[in-house]
Design a protein around this ligand. Sequence first.
Ligand code: SAM
Length: 288
Amino acid sequence: MATLGNPKETIAILNKYNFSFQKKFGQNFLIDTHVLDKIVNAAGITKDDVVLEIGPGIGTLTQYLCENAGHVIAVEIDKNLIPILKNDTLKDYDNITIINDDILNLDIAKLAHEHGAGSIKVVANLPYYITTPIIMGLLEKEAPVKSITVMVQKEVALRMQAAPGTKDYGALSLAIGYYCEPYIAANVPPNCFIPRPNVGSAVIRLLLREEKPVRPKSEAHMFKIIRASFNQRRKTLVNGIKNSPELGYTREQTEAALLSLGLGASVRGETLSLEEFARISDALLDME
Ligand code: SAM
């Protein structure tokens, strides 16, 4: 039975081990059972699932995951938390593997394979300082992942699922939309954590697409165009591409490519859809 997820038990564990929070690891532990239920429900965890949890902390969400999943692999960077997990909060579960490492150093495909899983579900209350590297690392390396259900800063969740023309739209929205279908499952206020973060949070579920929504001639080239267009937010796409250190197109070449697609020279990235970026990328490659 899960025992954590409330302030009393959490504080008792913290005191028992004289644990001091490390700010550099983004440690904000969950103390609200409703939020924990929402994460597990949004992730749709069943006994058929192998779950990768990034940053178990003292094992609060991990207990909920162990109750619901077939197997849980929990990767925690802070060595001070490992004895708490192993000797105390997770000791009664036989479907858990605890790894003391930096998630960014691990080969997720190998990990899934070692646990006999074709693909895994990722669930986490993420350390906010590395949200984007963790998520983009999983997506770009095409790790064998079915879904990613994570607590992130609210503002980041909004950027992930933003539509063209809205204020939150940018390179992250396009990258997420290319690989996944995003869905914000819950907004979570600071008082659901100890210590309280100074930003609002949200649980977002990213369901990995079976097929990409666009098929550009070169995915890497399309993302260079996307980065160029949002590097200088208020600039036109033409200027963004001309000034990009990653690309070598002149103003004239870019204007000609846009014209061939019926787009004006003053168009800006923030209004363009993923389909349009794919077409612009292909048109520029065709000019080489
Ligand atoms: N899951 C716990 C909970 O919900 O109460 C803790 C979440 S806390 C926001 C983030 C956790 O990630 C911390 O335990 C922190 O030590 C761990 N962490 C930070 N950076 C990490 C990294 N690079 N690799 C693995 N774990 C990391």
